[in-house]
Design a protein around this ligand. Structure first.
Ligand code: UGA
Length: 432
């Protein structure tokens, strides 16, 4: 049985750990944050992700394949594969990824290598990082005792476990056959399910991750700009996207127009990709335009909303997480727009099914309520920022009685305009 050590218990690290335990491997997850570790040891996931609590409980208490520790040293003697899954935030004032945690972990791993093992970068890291990790470890460890591998992760928050267990593909970047074969053995349970395993060089693998995220972000920014045009000429962006998507060369996914892309990955990754390229004198002009288009969108949408409303009125913001099924508000477009509207003088009454506590930490000026209906009391407009299922069939008869004015901004296009207009609402969607 393989022994795995996963360093960093953020989204990628924890999901990777839990899912490899599900495959039957013995997994130790390392994190320096002792408060987080105590929570994890008791089976509590530090973030909301469907299915995580159940798998944590199963592998901590029943199979006992999953354990937690605060240091690599003394807890990784038998490790066959180390995974580096620490955060790579954007450096303040610059667009490039801050890799200081990665370097630190590489150095700590080098103190603990006693037998042959692999060191895998799974965090999203710019091209060249994995070979830099190799250099750091070689300072202290004989090159025969380890190999480095790039193995990017493609899971999405909100469907992370399913994405890990049923991925479209697994990408393995190595510089020799031995490590490639070990990685293929690791992913054998997926290979049996006919998941394509793409074996490449280390640099190619690193680029695949950024190119994939940047391409998806490009699709979103593209359809959002088309939506702006649709609004002006009276066309419907949803029908445009639907018809475009039927063409197999285009594909229907990630063509939902909305308030822009957010989250801990796309905004950061498009910046880091362009910044890495710039250092090599390559201008990723499309990616730069995508980044600008998405940043400008926040102001554009905020102004569109405020231009339709009376100054200083009370408004309702439904959905604060950057997408449904997560409590994550990092780079959330909903949070940015809600905060912008507050700054413009509106009183913003908010509700989110899971992200209230994270939202409060980010902006305590917003007023938080325990349900969508309570947040609508006395309000002059409803803004749907995130398409949670519970907002898809709101009881508008009930809401109509408690609103001051019947105006709705359906930023994610989850309602049929005609239905709401018939109930007397002034309806604004995105791109229609
Ligand atoms: C994204 C990628 O989808 C994953 O494949 C990748 O592994 C992950 O980043 C990562 O690099 O770790 P995630 O950030 O969890 O996953 O969320 P997405 O579902 O991709 O959504 C990102 C943003 O785009 C959200 O704000 C979402 O609302 C927005 N979006 C998405 C749209 O506005 N329209 C769409 O059609 C799709």
């Amino acid at each position: 049985m393989m022994n795995l050590t996963i360093v960093g218990t953020g989204y990628v690290g924890l999901v990777t750990g839990v899912c490899f335990a599900e495959f039957g491997y013995s997994v130790t997850c390392i994190d320096k944050d002792t408060e987080r570790l105590e929570k994890l040891k008791s089976g509590t996931c530090p973030f909301f992700e469907p299915g995580m609590d159940k798998l944590l409980d199963k592998h901590i208490n029943k199979t006992k394949l999953l354990s937690f520790a605060s240091s690599i040293k003394n807890n990784s003697e038998n490790t066959d594969i180390f995974f580096i899954t620490v955060g790579t935030p954007t450096r303040r004032l610059e667009d490039e990824a801050d890799l200081s945690f990665v370097w630190q972990v590489a150095d700590e791993i080098s103190e603990s290598i006693k037998k042959y093992c692999l060191v895998v970068t799974k965090s999203t890291v710019p091209v060249g990082t994995t070979s830099e990790v190799k250099k750091i470890i070689s300072n202290k460890v004989d090159q025969k005792l380890f190999d480095v591998v790039s193995n990017p992760e493609f899971l999405r928050e909100g469907s992370a476990i399913d994405d890990f267990i049923r991925p479209d593909r697994v990408v393995i970047g190595t510089d020799n056959k031995k490590s490639e074969n070990i990685m293929k053995e690791l992913y054998r349970p997926l290979f049996l399910k006919e998941t394509p395993i793409v074996a490449t060089s280390i640099e190619t693998s690193e680029i695949i991750k950024y190119a994939s995220n940047s391409f998806l972000a490009t699709k979103i920014a593209f359809i959002n700009e088309v939506a702006d045009l649709c609004e002006v000429v009276g066309a419907d962006v949803q029908q445009v996207a639907h018809a475009m998507g039927i063409d197999k060369r285009i594909g229907s996914k990630f063509l939902n127009a909305g308030p822009g892309f957010g989250g801990s990955c796309f905004p950061k990754d498009v910046k880091a990709f362009a910044s890495t390229a710039k250092k090599k004198n390559i201008d990723l002009s499309i990616i730069n335009a995508v980044n600008k288009s998405n940043q400008d969108r926040i102001i554009k949408i905020s102004n569109k909303i405020s231009s339709k409303l009376k100054n200083n009125s009370t408004i309702t913001f439904l959905g604060l997480s950057f997408k449904p099924n997560t409590d994550d508000v990092r780079d959330s477009t909903s949070m940015k727009i809600a905060s912008n509207l507050f700054d413009q003088g509106f009183k913003v009454q908010c509700y989110d099914p899971e992200a209230m506590s994270n939202s409060k930490k980010e902006n305590s000026n917003l007023v938080f309520f325990n349900s969508a209906y309570e947040a609508c009391e006395g309000s002059s407009a409803i803004i749907i920022g995130t398409e949670w299922n519970e907002f898809r069939a709101l009881n508008f008869e009930k809401i109509s009685k408690i609103l001051k004015e019947k105006i709705i901004f359906d930023l994610r296009n989850i309602y049929i305009p005609k239905d709401l207009k018939e109930m007397g609402y002034e309806y604004y969607g995105t791109g229609k």
